[in-house]
Every structure is written in C-alpha cells, then in structure tokens.
Design a protein around this ligand. Structure first.
Ligand code: NDP
Length: 319
C-alpha cells in the first residue's frame, strides 16, 4: 500500500471561515487542501440576502457569496475537494484524518489542520417552518442577518436562551412588535438578558407556549400557537418567524482529542488566537464561536487560523 498523502495545511469545512483560511494559506504558499463536507458553502447556503458583509454595497445572496469565496480560494490554487471527514487521530506528530466511510475511507496525513466545520442552527422541524425557510419566505435562524427585512413589522421569535433574548432585543429595535414564544414557564437565559427583554415595551413574552404551525403559502402571514397549560390555541399575525433554539457545533469527530465545552464548542485555548489544545490544530468560525456567529467574524478567524498555522510551521522550520 502506498503511503498516505502528506498535506501541509488541511482545512476541514467550506463556510466563510474555511475559504478565508484557504485564501490566506494559499497566498502564503502553504498549498492548502480544503474538504468541503456535507453542506458545501456552510450555513450561508441557507440564507437569501446577505446585507451585512462589508464590501457588498448592494448586498449579495448567500450562495453567490460562497461561490465567490470558493473562486477566490481557487484563484490561488487551493485544492478544493468533495468529501466528508469521518475520523481523526490527533495523538501523534502528524495529524491523521480519514475521508469517507469504513474500509473505503481515505487516510490523509497533515502537518497542520484548520477545523472550520461550523455549527448548524436547530429548527423546530415543522413542515411549514422548513418549507417557508427553504423558499426564503420569512423564516430565519439569524436576526442580525435578516431582521432588517422586517422593519416596522410584527415578528415572532421562538427560544428562551441568551441567543433568543439577544435576537429579540435586536429585532425590537427594528420591528413594530416582537412576540417571544417560551415553551416553559421560565427562560433559560441569564437574568441580565431577561431584564433586557422585559425592559423593552414592544416585546411580548408568551410563556408555556409552543408553535403548532407557521402560516402562509409563499411568505409568513402568521403563527398558530398553543398554550401547553390551558390547551388554548391562538393565531398571531406576523410577517417574520425567527428560530433561536440553539446551534449544534459540528465537532463530534474531534471530541477524543480537541477540548470541547459542555455544548460541544471548541475551547479557545489561547484567547485572541486560533490555537487549540493540540499543537498544529487550529479552529476557525462557528465551531468555536457561540457568541458572534457572523460571516464576517468567521472569515476573520479563518484569516487568524491560516496565519497561526503558517507561524507554527515556520517555527518548526517547515515553512
Ligand atoms: P441554549 O441552548 O442556551 O438555549 C436554547 C433555548 O431554546 C432554550 O431556552 C430551550 O428551551 C429552547 N428550545 C430548544 N428547543 C426548543 C423547541 N423545540 N421549542 C421551543 N424552544 C426550544 O442556546 P443559545 O443559542 O441561546 O445559547 C447557547 C450558548 O451560548 C449558551 O451557553 C449561552 O449562554 C451562550 N450565549 C451567550 C451570549 C452572550 O453572552 N451574549 C449570546 C448568545 C449565546 P428550554 O429552556 O425549555 O430547554
């Protein structure tokens, strides 16, 4: 059997952080190889308009932006490959990574690895929610990205954690009215975040309330909800439906080697850098960021990861 391919800089994931890491690594002559994963382009492929990424004065749609980032990475000869990384072994000097399943998995060796696997927003899983999300009909998991489209309108947000409170407060500045649906009789969010929500007059919190259906054919027209204590069903009028029930970082395959927090996010071992607890392995983007979660912050950390990887190799005299 031939020796596994030895890669200088292996980037796992193809969102804004992965491609930005690739652009920087390629321009530094690190000959990066980027594996795209199961959702090439990452979360932005689920977004319609991106109006907050600097440099696009007219906005751009998410999938187009990802194609632009990919083309930019390829312009500097990033080797972009399809494939799903299923297993890693970060116990040795050289990092081992397997692409594909079972006996057919391809073993690769890498001097540096940049983990850019992102996080996936959780959805309620209602047919109406997913259908309207997929046609860009007013269902979103990111208030900062999409709130602007609902200026002066009435919106509903589901969730009771810090994210939901933060997003509800953000929406309250733009929208006429925000109705927050909390499934229990209390919120999970910190007291400070709850105060922020309660202090805003145009946020109404409905406790013990669950979503039954998002109404509307082409676009959100309302939300049918049920009080799980009384059984009473009500229809709320709204043009936007926001889901803020948490994210799942895509880090499960790294758990035996990389330090993760209780929710599975990669621990930022040395704040202000992309260094992880394993030498030569770096993080970028939402797999380690549960606070900001923006395309631009993900891109920024992709740049950091490539620079950190380059400096790591240079310090070892290998670049
Ligand atoms: P969390 O997991 O903290 O909260 C998720 C919320 O969604 C919970 O209130 C949960 O309800 C609710 N939920 C889950 N599933 C459903 C469902 N099917 N229907 C209705 N509600 C549902 O996620 P967050 O994204 O809010 O936060 C993740 C982490 O990031 C936390 O540690 C948080 O503190 C941190 N964070 C910090 C911020 C800050 O400091 N500024 C900002 C944002 C996040 P229930 O409570 O009933 O389980």
């Amino acid at each position: 059997m031939s020796e596994p391919e030895l890669i200088n800089c292996l980037i796992i994931g193809s969102g804004p952080s992965g491609f930005t890491a690739a652009i920087y690594a390629a321009r530094a002559d690190m000959k990066p190889v980027l594996y795209q994963g199961s959702q090439p382009g990452g979360q932005l492929m689920e977004t319609t308009e991106v109006d907050n990424f600097p440099g696009y004065p007219e906005g751009i749609n998410g999938p187009q932006m990802m194609m632009d980032l990919e083309n930019q990475a390829k312009r500097f000869d990033t080797d972009v490959r399809s494939g799903w990384v299923t297993k890693v072994d970060f116990s040795g000097e050289v990092h081992k990574v397997w692409v594909g399943e079972g006996d057919k998995a391809l073993e690769l060796h890498a001097k540096t690895v940049i983990i850019s696997t992102g996080a996936s927003a959780k959805w309620l899983g209602l047919e109406s929610e997913i259908r309207l999300r997929d046609i860009g009909g007013g269902v979103s998991a990111c208030a900062v990205c999409d709130g602007f489209f609902y200026r002066g309108q009435d919106v509903v947000i589901v969730g009771a954690g810090d994210s939901a409170c933060e997003e509800a407060s953000y929406l309250a500045k733009l929208c006429n009215k925000v109705t927050m649906l909390v499934r229990r009789d209390e919120m999970r969010a910190s007291k400070a975040m709850q105060h922020r929500v309660n202090d805003l007059e145009n946020i109404e919190v409905l406790y013990n309330t669950e979503t039954l259906e998002v109404l509307g054919e082409e676009a959100v027209e309302g939300v049918k909800v049920k009080n799980n204590q009384t059984g009473e069903e009500t229809v709320l009028t709204a043009t936007g439906f926001f889901v803020a029930i948490g994210h799942t970082p895509n880090t499960a395959i790294f758990k035996d080697y990389i330090e993760l927090d209780a929710q599975g996010y990669i621990v930022q071992t040395k704040p202000g850098t992309s260094i992880t607890n394993v030498e030569g392995v770096f993080w970028s983007g939402d797999c380690a960021d549960k606070i900001y979660r923006q395309a631009v912050t993900a891109a920024g950390s992709g740049c950091m990861a490539a620079l950190d990887a380059e400096r790591y190799l240079a310090a070892k005299g290998e670049h």
